[in-house]
Design a protein around this ligand. Sequence first.
Ligand code: SF4
Ligand code: SF4
Ligand code: SF4
Length: 342
Amino acid sequence: MVSQESASRQIAMVLDLNKCIGCQTCTIACKKLWNKDTGTNYAYWNNVETLPGTGYPRDWTKIGGRTEQGEVKAGRIPNLDDEYGRAWNFNHEEVRKGSGKGEGKPWLRPDKAPAWGANWDEDRGAGDYPQDNHYFYLPRLCNHCTHPACLDACPRSAIEKRLEDGIVLVDQDRCHGYRFCVEACPYKKVYFDTERQVTTKCIFCLPRVEEGVAPACARQCPGRLRFVGYLDDEKGPIWKLVNGFKVALPLHPEFGLGPNVFYVPPMSPRKLDEKGRPTGEPRIPTDYLVRLFGEDVRDSLATLEDERAKRRRGETSELMDLLIAYDWNENFALGPRAREVL
Ligand code: SF4
Ligand code: SF4
Ligand code: SF4
């Protein structure tokens, strides 16, 4: 196994969940650039799910997989129909041949009543209006883990963690399509190409990163909430947010894989009591965030509250300035070409 201990550097991403508007621009940027094959119609290397919610694939946290003390704990492969959700077919031909005049023109509609699909529960959230209704968006991609379960599970040694930047890649010439990696990844971020019979996953936009250009999902994000750089770069935003201010946290650290995608947790307004007065409790229950990001989320939220209060008092806050991204150049510590569009 090639792990980060032997990789000389680790590239990483931080996403500030307080700024994601759920527009899916990142999802489409990735899909259009890398992942248009028919056999992966259903697959999103980057997806954005609404939480609380079921996610994509549905209830992925319950499907399992991981490595424990060197032992691969296989989960299972999500099914296409009601966990990933097949792409819907529309009556394009019928509409195209329609008269286009008056009542005879057919409407564009799915060929059968949809019962499930990615983002089925988008914007539904939890709680009761107006007391404590809430939701937030969680963009997800492969975590390019320090201890990748996908790599450990592959009997063909077809998955590599690159020494120079820690990016985890599938060698599709070696892959025989056994799908042990799909079973093993607890984040369910490896996908099977049903036509080519090999697995595919996020490549951290390797050809762009090698040119010092930011990954497409980060570059195209209108919320400017994604930061990209190397974990050991103490002047860069990743080190500052993860190790300096300690506000950016891995998702499900209890899986034990050492994810290298980190999240600034969502702050929320206060719950209201029955008379509509704000209480001391946040709308997004802190216990729920602990289940996502671990106990460290309490300190992260406290730091965010403190720094925001400083700005409200008219004081300076390096953390808030960094997260607001006044200067977007600072989001990408990859060199002078980082913001180019390729
Ligand atoms: Fe592998 Fe899954 Fe980790 Fe990505 S998130 S490196 S696919 S185990
Ligand atoms: Fe897709 Fe690149 Fe983002 Fe990975 S880093 S999810 S390949 S756009
Ligand atoms: Fe969120 Fe940015 Fe993706 Fe839009 S492009 S869904 S704001 S991460």
